[in-house]
Design a protein around this ligand. Structure first.
Ligand code: MLT
Length: 302
């Protein structure tokens, strides 16, 4: 059976598939039309987030049995079209939990202690102690939006920093570590708010200026889940009105090409969607997707 790997995955994943007897070809950086031409001969396609698996590609994949996404989010795969054609879509939901949770803790500390700004200042030859007076995490309330795997992993780490942790999730209200509250209560009580929800019609712009105006003055807002959940125009306004104390984002509404209205703000810190971009998470993703995809092909070969 033939497997096309269209985005780079960890070599151990490729090794696993080859060793299991599959015919594996790695063709990275294909344009959409090139992928459409290539796809008909393959039984399986593996991508990360770069390749967009559109309806056209799925329709062109006349032999496709399965699409594997090495990572969590399925926003780059047209899962509806895949379902219509009876093509299984597999992902690796657990592999990046620790990496994302650690990045979020890094954001919290960086925002409270101004580490990126102080680094830039030091590098420009300044020594401005007073300018970088910060705040402790201990004793602050962390509001987690989305009480899933990553939300819980952040809560565990925040508790070890002596933070109070509350959370809101429309579908989950039992977590050992997180006291469930409604969204308005979370907004009004939290000193730091971190988002851990997928991007759906109901989460799109779930934080806009209207909600920001319900938040505590000086609140730190963090998003390492998906761009589009927070309305960046609203955040800008919240910063201008002095409600938002700092913003830390790993994900943006416009990532490729990248653009944000927040770019010029001193108390805005950011990374280019690197939540899962660690050696460990990428290795786990490559191996895990290889295993689940191989199992699926073995179980479903005709
Ligand atoms: C994921 O969904 O796996 C992460 O956000 C990483 C990514 O999409 O690049």
């Amino acid at each position: 059976m033939r497997i096309l790997i269209a985005d780079q995955i960890h070599p151990e994943g490729i090794y696993y598939l080859k060793n299991a007897g599959f015919d594996v070809e790695e063709k990275l950086d294909l344009r959409n039309d090139e992928l459409m031409n290539e796809i008909p001969i393959y039984d399986a396609l593996i991508v990360r987030s770069k390749t967009k698996v559109t309806k056209e590609i799925i329709q062109a994949g006349t032999n496709l049995l399965v699409i594997g996404r090495a990572g969590v989010g399925l926003d780059n795969v047209d899962v509806v079209s895949a379902k219509e054609r009876n093509i299984k879509v597999l992902n690796t939901p657990d592999v990046s939990t620790t990496s994302v949770a650690e990045l979020v803790m890094g954001f919290m500390i960086s925002a409270m202690r101004h580490i990126p700004q102080a680094t830039a200042s030091i590098k420009s030859g300044e020594w401005k102690k007073e300018r970088f007076a910060g705040k402790e995490l201990a004793g602050k309330t962390l509001g987690i939006v989305g009480i899933g795997r990553i939300g819980n992993a952040v809560a565990k780490r925040a508790a070890s920093f002596d933070m109070e942790v509350i959370g809101f999730d429309p579908y989950v209200n039992n977590s050992e570590r997180i006291q469930s509250v409604n969204f308005d209560t979370l907004l009004s009580k939290s000193d730091v708010v971190s988002f851990h929800v997928p991007l759906t019609e109901s989460t799109y712009h779930m934080l806009s200026l209207k909600e920001i105006r319900k938040m505590k003055k000086g609140v730190v807002i963090i998003n390492a889940s998906r761009g589009g959940i927070i309305d960046e125009e609203g955040l800008k306004q919240g910063l201008d009105e002095g409600i938002v104390g700092a913003v830390a984002l790993d994900t943006f509404e416009l990532e490729k090409p990248f653009s944000t209205v927040l770019a010029g703000y001193e108390n805005f810190i950011a990374t280019p969607h690197i939540g899962a971009q660690t050696e460990e998470a990428q290795r786990r993703a490559g191996i895990e997707i290889a295993k689940v995809l191989a199992n699926y092909l073995r179980d479903n070969k005709s």
